[in-house]
Design a binder for this molecule. Structure first.
Ligand code: ATP
Length: 240
């Protein structure tokens, strides 16, 4: 679904992403992990069209050139971003946020059906549907941000740090939802600092460091990789 080669992003004179390649196949859940400042969010923003970039190749579905596609056209082609910090409209109700997520869709009956579907997956949102989004807890806002993105009927979700600032119990709930959505057929590119939980739900992973992809592989293998365990999973080195 996504085929990115030689992706480079600059902030002024600083190169934050240094010519990386990554692929996401249909129905895969791929995670991009790494330390603070590694360039994960910048990579996701470039793919989402929120950050100018250069690339030798940036293809969606093997044919659409992301470097020439304006951000607003991404959803029409099936890409939806759930940004870091959630970006819900705090002075609007949950229901209004979800309606906005439906965007340019005009299929009113289907929109209502989709809303009910996502309310079933996120019962907390249903109970609070008339409440202002700004009154929700951080975890509930993250659920709303995901549900809002899903209202656009994307084929691929770009998820930026869904665990950020949440209590462990809420992180588990959010990741349960991401796993379920993926099992139902959604393609997911997940940026996450919490390598432990990301590797548990991902099919494949890329590890970023200082703007480069350091390591890549099957998530199930990387969980046991000593380099990952030491650098990202908090395991002490046994070497002397
Ligand atoms: P984190 O998990 O802390 O968000 P990250 O891996 O997502 O880290 P990025 O946010 O992509 O990292 O940042 C990569 C580099 O680009 C960092 O050195 C950061 O300081 C720099 N950077 C990010 N955004 C900007 C910006 N708007 N202007 C200038 N530099 C930026």
């Amino acid at each position: 679904m996504l085929d990115i080669q030689g992706l480079t992003v600059h902030y002024g004179g600083v190169q934050a992403v240094k010519g990386i390649g990554l692929q996401v196949r249909e129905r895969e859940l791929v995670c991009l992990i790494g330390c603070n400042g590694a360039g994960k969010t910048t990579t996701l923003k470039a793919i989402a069209g929120l950050q100018p970039f250069q690339a030798t190749q940036a293809l969606l579905d093997g044919q659409h050139d992301l470097s020439r596609m304006p951000a607003h056209a991404r959803l029409k082609h099936g890409l939806a971003l759930v940004p870091e910090g959630r970006g819900v409209f705090t002075r609007m109700s949950i229901e209004e946020n979800l309606d906005l997520g439906a965007g340019i869709r005009t299929d009113k009956a289907d929109i209502e059906n989709d809303k009910e579907h996502w309310y079933t997956m996120f019962p907390r949102l249903k109970e609070r549907r008339k409440q202002l989004a700004g009154t929700l807890s951080g975890g509930e806002q993250q659920m709303l941000a995901i549900a809002r993105a899903l209202m656009g009927r994307p084929r691929c979700l770009l998820l930026d740090e869904p665990s950020m600032g949440l209590a462990p119990i809420m992180v588990e709930k959010i990741f349960d939802v991401v796993r379920t959505i993926h099992q139902q057929g959604m393609t997911v590119l997940l940026v996450e600092q919490n390598a432990h939980i990301a590797l548990q739900i991902a099919d494949r992973a890329y590890v970023m460091d200082s703007g480069l992809i350091d390591i890549e592989g099957q998530a199930a293998d990387l969980i046991h990789d000593p380099r990952i365990r030491q650098a990202y999973l908090g395991e002490q080195s046994t070497s002397v």
